[in-house]
Design a protein around this ligand. Sequence first.
Ligand code: GLA
Length: 393
Amino acid sequence: MTENERTDVLLEAFAGKFGPGKRARVFFAPGRVNLIGEHTDYNGGHVFPCALTIGTYGAARRRKDRRLRLYSLNFPDSWVYETSLDRLGPGLPKGWASYPAGVIHTLREKGFAIDQGLDMAVWGDIPSGSGLSSSASLEVLTGALVRSLFGLSLTNRAMALICQESENRYNGVACGIMDQFACANGREGKALFLDTGSLSCTYVPLHLDGASLVIANTNKKHSLAQSAYNDRRQECQQALAAFQRVKNIHHLCDMSPAEFEQCKEAVADPILLRRARHAVYENARTIDALQALRAGDLKRFGQLMKESHISLSRDYQVTGPELDTLASQAWKIPGCIGSRMTGGGFGGCTVSIVENKAVSEFIDRVGRAYEKEIGKKADFYVMQAGGGPRQIK
Ligand code: GLA
């Protein structure tokens, strides 16, 4: 479906649910895929994501009263969530609508003048629960729409922080900054090398030279809130506290691998030590990956992706049989340059760099092996790096 067709369907649904009236504004905000640098963003390390060309479309207009009405075409049978600016609070209303509601509430808490309600219809083409940041995409979309409708003075960078805070406090997911930052600040054809400690960001052209980015979906939904994500964060906190007894650091990723090796006796618990080792070495790999991409050394980049997956599987333990099967089958394909899980883990997707001439063989062979081993189908998408939020109408 073209973007124009999508917009027409969205506007028609908007008019159907909310009636005629002033024209709605239409915006788009992307999803993201992380190339490398996983579970480093809440440890003060580096991440290397890019925004995608898939994401969430939304149409909205201001109301005269303080009501909020929210509708999603992804759940066409579901009702319109109705609430009011005065009745917002953590987790309300239930379900997907708590994400846009949370962003509006958090903006108001920060003192942004949003004194009227709005009607909003959204339609996303990111498979939900796939680890491609459908939530961050919806949050950033809400931020971009509300900023435009209420004339708020808000940079994309500040918006990313507000969306993260909203997800942390309103939705109870202790996520880092990577997803919201990548969705809010993506640039076409570029990956974004972000230092999550300082938020300094470098854009790097994603020149894949005859290769493509292939995303494979395990179709095992991950749920960050319910999964061990919050536990991993806590384990990292505990490991950090132990290191801080012998070393002056603010984050685990302040240590280089050599420094980690020198003072690892500080952590007695072997599980905590493995979590910390992943964070420290993953951060070093991400910095290496930047050099490799800049130098056009895709082979090295691919090797780092593989090491990243192995560390996420063995030390960080966030993969599981589905992701491990997709990655290990991918490594067997001659034209596959690199492959690893992407996002929070516990299901969701892998990201692979595959030579163009090998893409169909890759999809066929990995797909068949996955189905044989896991007993369900994987989905594959060939993706490009896309831009940040934008107005369509
Ligand atoms: C999720 C979180 C991010 C990040 C990744 C893991 O996507 O939202 O903040 O921690 O997991 O790298």
